[in-house]
Design a protein around this ligand. Structure first.
Ligand code: SAH
Length: 250
């Protein structure tokens, strides 16, 4: 019966700096019966999970396999059905490329009560700490968020690179490290100015944050040489020039 079920909180932990977590996220994390997490929240936040809670690593499972999304959904539903208060902890904001929407739909289907706790998305925080305002009166009055990680074997790309190449605002790419060269190639193919500034912001707001600068034409090689790796955001647009003036916060 539904009233015997527990409750699930889909909690955004923010970009990694523990002080950028909301008070609500902190309170729920401290009082949860079960925490289902992956590595994206970052070391500091993961280390702050209370000892008393049951912790399920959705990023690692028997034999080091990653839980599939449906296994994660099952784990969340199962624990809630046991009457537990479950925190599904997610880096940044749960609904920003976090599959939080899918998890919420599953909970509705299963008749389990849930709440969403928005977090500061890395798209705003990692860029800010890197000295890059995503909008600026002189440089960009629009911003768009896209995923750069698409299956390279897929014939059709879901992304409309033609529209993106013509887009006059800032483009922030999530999960874009692996496909960086292809994605920059697509932009240039559709006429994006190759000299447009690009920043890669790795591990934004964490102690080891790193910013690597290039252009649409050069960033793939520069990133490869610098060993840029996930989690990192790709920021494309004139606002990237402000990094030189505003500097990195870390
Ligand atoms: N829900 C998250 C995004 C999940 S998708 C959010 O709102 O931030 C995972 C991608 O997010 C990573 O591949 C990377 O592109 C980006 N990301 C998350 N945290 C990051 C951080 N601290 N620094 C840079 N990029 C980050």
């Amino acid at each position: 019966m539904a009233q015997q079920y527990g409750k699930v909180y889909l909690v955004g932990s923010g970009p990694g700096d523990p002080e950028l977590m909301t008070l609500k996220a902190r309170r729920l994390l401290d009082t949860a019966d079960v925490i289902i997490f992956d590595q994206l929240p970052g070391e500091k936040i993961l280390a702050s999970m209370p000892e008393a809670a049951e912790k399920i690593d959705a990023g690692k499972h028997a034999g080091d396999h990653t839980l599939t999304q449906s296994e994660i959904n099952d784990a969340i539903v199962e624990k809630a059905k046991e009457g537990k208060i479950v925190v599904r902890l997610k880096g940044g904001d749960p609904y920003m490329f976090g599959r939080g929407g899918e998890e919420a739909e599953e909970l509705v289907k299963a008749g389990i009560e849930f709440e969403i706790v928005p977090g500061i998305t890395s798209a705003l925080a990692a860029t800010a700490y890197a000295g890059i305002p995503v909008t600026h009166r002189d440089h960009a009055s629009m911003v768009t968020f896209i995923t750069g990680h698409e299956d390279p074997t897929k014939e059709e790309t879901a992304l409309d690179w033609k529209t993106l190449a013509a887009f006059g605002g800032t483009i922030v790419i999530f999960m874009g490290v692996k496909m960086l060269e292809r994605n920059m190639g697509e932009l240039m193919r559709y006429g994006k100015n190759p000299k447009t500034p690009v920043a890669m912001v790795e591990r934004g707001t964490r102690p080891d944050q790193r910013v690597t600068i290039g252009t649409v034409e050069t960033i793939a090689k520069i990133s490869k040489d610098a060993g840029v790796k996930a989690p990192a955001l790709t920021v494309i647009g004139d606002v990237v020039k402000l990094h030189e003036i505003l500097g990195s916060q870390i």
